[in-house]
Design a protein. Sequence first.
Length: 370
Amino acid sequence: MKSIVYVGMDVHSSNYTLSCYMVENDCCFATVQIEPDYKEILKYLAKVQENIGEPCEFHCGYEAGCLGYTLYHQLTDHDVDCTILAPTTMPFYKKNEIKTDKRDAMKIARCLAFNTYHAVYIPTKEDSDTKEYIRMRDAHKRALKTVKQQIMAFCLRYDFRYTGKSNWTLKHLAWLKSLKMDALMREVLDEYLQTYQQLVDKVERFDKRIEELAEGALYADKVKKLSSFIGIRTHTALALVVESGDFTRFAKANQYAAFLGLVPGEKSSGDKINRTGITKAGNSHLRRLLTEAAQCYGRGRIGYKSRALKARQYGNTPETIGYADKANERLRRKYYHMILKNNKKHNVAVAAVARELACFIWGMMTEHTA
């Protein structure tokens, strides 16, 4: 029978720190620091194999971080068993306040040996590529928001106040272009406006491309189903599909909500029960998108379906539409009940709606729609 060697890897862009652990010896050994290259890891494993002097099986692992899935694929392509560990699921003891790369590598090796972690889901190449495109679009959207704030702050500093109803309309942009000011100040505002227009054009182009990606055979059916919910359009639906991956890996709806960090935390002891805000663990990007979608449930009448929602639901099966309508009515009713009856704050109600919306999404994607 082969001995099993667990290899913890503390990886950074500048170096890798590796440490081995064997259960029968109950100690870490061969702790080294190497160059950030998977080939160096392969050489290290061969050297450890030689020193042990008998056939052994290696299980490698590293924490999810800035290196993404690249190292995982490089090792698995060379038939090396590798796992990416979710950092928030690994045990943490406050007494261990001395933190070094060596200690981290040893900790990862022990976590692998005793299975005290949750493995990170590895997406397909198509899902990973689409996720990167969506996040790139969202980064430009945030940059656009920043430029808008800079333009408004610039105008306020020099007491230029727009008296129209809404900002960033054609009238508002025409007003910005017609402002009379010194030559250098005019140049500053023109540069801001040029950056604004470039970002607007880019975001529009990215959104069209996302629509094209969503219409592909791989995603079309799933995106169409998710778009039946209030507040979820193509961009959000596609992000949910590619970043969640296989929904069936979550045994229950609450597990999916926990993956998004939308479940409440708890600090209880004895008879004292103390519930805290949402954990905010897991996928922050999807959590933000669902929270934004949940905002829509605070607008409109209970049971009302807008023309846009009906258009998005068109083409789905009656069962899918019925399930989505049930969810939409329940969530809108829940929001108004929390606000009007329980006097909850808006953000608290939105977080609660987002959590339950995540549960309905899980039900839709796993066909638990009864």
